[in-house]
Design a protein. Structure first.
Length: 269
């Protein structure tokens, strides 16, 4: 997600500082960003025929938020779904970039909880979708204390990236994850109950409902561990209709996490 967000910012001509946990991860991220930009260039997907290497020159990689430019206007965190971790990262960024809007890419966690102890009027959710350079949507999540000016600025920035924005009140799962997870969990229950094969369930949703990707393949792309964590969070907040199926728990316990491990509901070469 971080690489994809960096890609769309660079493609819009915005200088970006990418903060990674170590020099090794930073080097890997640089390679991934450049590969992503080159792939987009090969497909004619960069704006106005821009050159991948020229855009890539706008990227700086650091290993601490303290190295971020103090004049930065926007910080986007894309770390794992852990409230304390996200809050700590954004606190470091707030100290380094005292005027920046602080945005979380969380897909389900409470923005108000993440904002505790931070300058709450500058904190909001900016939920991108994977793969970021391709997906057209940004889900803008606002809580009671965020400034209306901040929401308007982030909407304008998102639209400048070529994204369509929907605004959602801070609530468990927001709009997209709540609906997407509900369908995904039911698809897993259907597979568990042998209603149909994974391929046929997904084909039914693609051809019958116009989904670009079936719910089981999408779960593989997101990561079964990520989907399990979101489902457990939603079950705790909204009730047993989001209780994860046993098949999902079993696959995560077995290490079958989807595309990133090569095996999920499908096999990924």
């Amino acid at each position: 997600m971080g690489v994809g967000i960096v890609h769309v910012l660079l493609a819009a001509g915005t200088p970006v500082t990418l903060v990674e946990a170590s020099p090794e991860r930073g080097a890997s991220a640089r390679e991934s960003v450049l590969a992503s930009l080159r792939k987009a260039a090969d497909r004619g997907k960069l704006p106005d025929g821009a050159d991948a290497e020229t855009l890539f020159a706008g990227l700086t990689v650091a290993t601490s938020a303290a190295d971020a430019p103090p004049a930065a206007e926007l910080v986007i965190e894309a770390v794992p779904e852990d409230v304390e971790l996200k809050r700590r990262i954004l606190a470091e960024a707030a100290a380094a970039c005292p005027q920046a809007v602080l945005a979380s890419n969380t897909s389900s966690l409470s923005i108000a909880a993440i904002a505790e102890g931070l300058p709450v009027e500058r904190v909001l959710g900016m939920h991108f979708f994977n793969p970021v350079p391709v997906q057209a949507l940004v889900e803008l999540v606002h809580h009671a204390a965020v400034s209306a000016e901040v929401v308007a600025r982030v909407r304008a920035w998102s639209e400048a990236l070529g994204k369509t924005v929907i605004e959602v009140r801070d609530s468990p799962g927001f709009a997209t994850s709540r609906l997407g997870v509900a369908v995904g969990l039911e698809a897993i229950r259907m597979l568990q109950d042998e209603v149909a094969s994974a391929e046929d369930i997904d084909t039914g949703m693609r051809l019958g409902y116009g989904w670009p990707m079936g719910p089981l393949r999408l779960t593989d792309l997101v990561g079964l561990d990520v989907r399990l964590a979101i489902a457990e969070h939603l079950a705790a907040e909204l009730g047993p209709r989001f209780e994860p199926p046993e098949l999902l728990r079993a696959k995560v316990a077995a290490g079958d996490l989807g595309r990133k491990t090569g095996q999920g509901f499908f096999t990924w070469p």
